[in-house]
Design a binder for this molecule. Structure first.
Ligand SMILES: Cc1cc2nc3c(=O)[nH]c(=O)nc-3n(C[C@H](O)[C@H](O)[C@H](O)COP(=O)(O)O)c2cc1C
Length: 209
């Protein structure tokens, strides 16, 4: 099937891209409004963009042209926390995307516990395996919809005891939650371990003459 990109409207494009760019990790982002309300929302347009300094980015769209609370808070305060949810938190993650007004806290509505940040004033979630405290480094606007790609420098990591083994995250123990297209999520499936690239030969996998 061939599809010319300019034949698809905004909705169809969203469905196609969110179905093809899978599985996506989830940044469960806490922010503070200038009035001090803790906001929580999930963002699966999430990646890391640099490791020196460590930087991660989320793409925040608009609702009817208006900035979402998360983007407004980050732009106003310059701070956010990316909490990493595990598979047990799927329901709370999903429900935290319900639209509440800026004066209402999703954290309170969902009865989630928070802990104070070490390097930022934004609280982090208590029940997650990891949290990344971030200071806004770049805000870039994309497309006609005006979505914001917000990049934060990670100032402090919180990692649950037992998850970091020999400097590497034990992915099985992390049990990350993945986002698919639509209201679909996934758990980690089978993990396939390959020879490290530095040890692999250019002839590995080549057809046998
Ligand atoms: C799992 C999941 C992932 C999401 N990812 C994004 C995303 O990457 N970008 C976005 O703008 N909205 C995303 N959303 C929708 C927002 O979470 C939703 O609009 C939320 O109400 C925003 O809250 P806020 O206004 O408090 O910032 C996602 C929703 C869910 C359930």
């Amino acid at each position: 099937m061939q599809i010319a990109a300019d034949e698809l409207d905004t909705e169809a494009t969203y469905k196609l891209l969110t179905g093809l760019v899978v599985p996506r990790p989830i940044a469960w982002v806490t922010t503070c409004s200038p009035e001090g309300v803790t906001n929580l929302a999930p963002f699966s347009a999430f990646t890391f963009v640099s490791n020196r300094p460590p930087m991660v980015g989320i793409s925040v769209g608009r609702k009817a042209g208006v900035l979402k609370d998360t983007a407004r808070n980050i732009l106003a305060t310059g701070e956010f926390v990316v909490n990493v949810p595990d598979e047990t938190l799927v329901e709370a993650v999903h429900l935290s995307a319900i639209e509440y007004g800026p004066e209402e806290s999703e954290v309170e509505r969902l009865g989630l516990a928070t802990l104070p940040g070490e390097a930022v004033r934004v609280p982090r979630l208590a029940g997650v395996p990891a949290s990344l405290e971030c200071r806004l480094a770049h805000a870039i606007t994309f497309g006609q919809g005006g979505s914001q790609f917000l990049v934060g420098e990670v100032l402090h990591y919180h990692v649950r005891d037992g998850l970091l083994v020999d400097g590497k995250i034990d992915t099985r123990r992390l049990a990350p939650l993945c986002r698919l297209g639509g209201p679909n999520y996934a758990r980690l499936g089978e993990v396939v371990t390959m020879r490290p690239i530095a040890q692999a030969s250019k002839n590995d996998g080549a057809p046998i003459p």
